[in-house]
Design a protein. Structure first.
Length: 516
């Protein structure tokens, strides 16, 4: 094996035997023991798969449920061995897969750190050195000497993630682990993961195409145990989506025929998923119907998030809403007069158990917004309600400034003073609202104030749809000929909250959930 190569698969095949006898009564069971014959059917989980992954490469594995992704991880990690073919691994392998595997409910958090650390290969001295970091990062300081059976599910996952984060490996296997914890911890975990993954070979399995785009430069597409595609991430995702969409009826029918807890079907405006839905005019209503097999899920919840397709910000979520499922297995989510600007948007459906991600379905639910009337063709995502009134009592010595933010009503009040302008013939002020994310500045909306005979105005902007986070305001000055005179992208900043549970979303639009 070349020293620059981390993983080699050569014509690897993995078979499992499916038992076909139905042992429904005692005579059949006795007959089985006597004859020692059992009906078997061979199942090819991985079928003649070959690929090579270089050191430091970050590779995603895409495929539907049951396609062979998890079997592939087991083969790479050595948990399972192939029936034929050759696998070569160059380096130590670790995984952030089953977080907290081996935790004992009767042991304290501290004791579980030592037990789990030993399982993962750490010596007692190494655990002693890393203990303070693990406890601090997991945010369970006050509970560390309490039995684990009293921990919430989120606390257990945070502790398991923090332990795994201190294990040094050359090859890292990830399986939906980046959905760990609440949004505040998830943000911290993602930052830590960015550093942790530096220089490592990554193999990442996820149904979340946004995370795949963010982490991976190359992807393998697995379908029914066969390697269908191997190439750059964008091309692989396009291939994967096209394949899924071409088989959308079979794809959703497989959920309908399954008894496992899962999202069985989803319809947008009463239509099956398609490549792009017929256009939805800005301000129209949308409805998403979801059928779910709850099975024996504990505390199940359904999350619905809407993202701009092909956004430059890979993890951008424009709308997020969540619903605690009780007895109903059919849920309708509706948004009246959707305020999104023109663009193509994708819908993700997320099934939770005890606040942990059980399943993500994000293939095929796509819609297009058209016919938004924008001022000056500005970039943006959403139209926020605002009003402009005349003001007398203004002390603002600049073109505009934030006067007040009412936390209760979530209204932002901005003073505007055209009198301070030294530029002649300015007829309009366009205020630009942006959100400051970890990756970039995202323009959200804009508000036009027309100058009349009065020089001083007050603009009230309804911010109730905005999620907590850091925001900035810029502006443009427009003359009487509708030409741009001056533009300032960043004029001032302000902050909303920072205590909301879903700060990764830009907007928390209050759609309505119905059950049937």
């Amino acid at each position: 094996m070349d020293n620059n190569t981390a993983i080699i698969f050569e014509n690897v095949t993995k078979r499992y035997n499916l038992i076909t006898n139905k042992l429904t009564n005692q005579p059949k069971l006795l007959a089985l023991f006597k004859t020692r014959r059992m009906g078997k059917e061979e199942f090819l989980a991985i079928n003649n798969v070959s690929f090579c992954i270089d050191k430091g490469e970050k590779v995603g594995i895409l495929g539907q449920n049951g396609s062979g992704k998890s079997t592939l991880l087991k083969l790479i990690s050595g948990v399972s061995v192939p029936n034929s073919g050759k696998i070569e691994i160059n380096g130590n392998i670790g995984g952030l897969i089953e977080l907290g595997a081996g935790f004992h409910p009767e042991l304290t958090g501290r004791e579980n750190i030592y037990v789990n650390g030993a399982i993962l290969g750490l010596s007692e001295r190494e655990i002693d050195e890393k203990l303070d970091y693990i406890v601090s990062f997991s945010e369970v300081d006050s509970f560390i000497d309490m039995p684990l059976k009293h921990y919430s599910s989120g606390m257990k996952v945070r502790l398991g993630f923090s332990i795994a984060l201190v294990i040094e490996n050359d090859i890292l296997l990830l399986d939906e682990v980046l959905a760990v914890g609440d949004s505040k911890f998830r943000s911290k975990a993602l930052q830590a993961m960015d550093q942790y993954m530096q220089g490592k070979t990554i193999v990442f399995i996820s149904h979340d195409l946004n995370q795949i785009k963010k982490i991976c430069t190359r992807c393998l597409v697995i379908d029914n145990g066969i390697l269908k595609f191997d190439g750059d991430t964008e091309s692989a995702i396009s291939y994967y989506q096209d394949e899924v969409l071409n088989k959308k009826v079979d794809y959703y029918q497989s959920f309908l025929n399954s008894n496992k807890p899962s999202i069985k079907s989803a319809y947008l405006n009463k239509l099956l998923p398609d490549k792009i839905r017929d256009k939805i005019t800005h301000g129209e209503n949308i409805e998403i119907d979801v059928a779910i097999n709850l099975g024996k899920l504990q505390n199940p919840k359904l999350g619905i998030r809407i993202r701009p397709k092909d956004s430059k910000v890979t993890d951008l979520v424009v709308i997020y809403s969540e619903y605690l499922l009780k007895f109903s297995e059919k849920v309708k989510f509706s948004i009246n007069k959707i305020p999104l600007y023109d663009g193509i948007y994708e819908i993700d459906l997320i099934l939770f158990e005890n606040n942990q991600v059980k399943q993500i379905v994000n293939e095929g639910l796509i819609f297009k917004i058209e016919d938004t009337k924008l001022d000056y063709k500005l970039e943006g995502i959403i139209r926020l309600p605002y009003t402009v009134g005349i003001s007398i009592d203004i002390e603002c010595d600049e073109i505009f400034g934030i006067k007040n933010f009412d936390l209760q009503s979530r209204n932002l009040f901005i003073d505007i003073n055209f009198a301070v302008l030294e530029i002649e013939n300015v007829e309009e002020l366009v205020i630009i609202l942006s959100r400051n994310t970890n990756e970039s500045i995202v323009r959200l909306s804009h508000f036009t104030v027309k100058r009349g005979n009065i020089e001083k105005y007050i603009c009230k902007i309804d911010m109730s749809m905005l999620a907590d986070g850091d925001y900035s305001l810029g502006y443009m000055l427009i003359n009487g000929e509708k030409k741009l005179v001056k533009r300032v992208d960043h004029f001032c900043s302000f902050e909303i909250g920072c205590c909301d549970e879903h700060t990764e979303a830009l907007f928390l639009i209050e759609g309505e959930f119905y059950t049937s």
